[in-house]
Design a protein. Structure first.
Length: 94
C-alpha cells in the first residue's frame, strides 16, 4: 500500500475575524460577523463560492446582499469588498 503524501496547508491571512488558507487553486476563507475581506481589485476574474452564511458585496458601486449557497463572479479589474453579515465560510478560486 502506498503511503499518502501530505503537505501542510499555508495560512495566507490571519487577523481578527478572518482566517484564510491557501489550498493550491482554492482559498478557504472563514469570516466572523462584521469582518471585511477582498477590499481590492484583481487583474483577473475571480470566482467566490459562499458556502455558509450571509455577506454584503460591494461590486464597483453596487451593493449586493448574498446568502449561501451562492456563486459570485467578480470581473477583471472590478473593485470589490465583502463584509460578513453572519459568520461565513467561502471558497475563492484563483
Amino acid at each position: 500500500m502506498k503511503q499518502t503524501k501530505t503537505k501542510k496547508v499555508k495560512i495566507i491571512e490571519k487577523r481578527k475575524g478572518c482566517l484564510a488558507y491557501d489550498c493550491d487553486k482554492v482559498y478557504y476563507v472563514q469570516l466572523k460577523e462584521g469582518a471585511i475581506a477582498s477590499d481590492h481589485t484583481h487583474k483577473h476574474q475571480e470566482t467566490i463560492f459562499l458556502m455558509k452564511g450571509e455577506a454584503e458585496l460591494i461590486l464597483e458601486e453596487e451593493i449586493i446582499h448574498i446568502k449561501a449557497p451562492a456563486k459570485i463572479t467578480i470581473p477583471p479589474k472590478a473593485y470589490h469588498k465583502i463584509t460578513a453579515i453572519t459568520d461565513l465560510i467561502g471558497l475563492e478560486i484563483k
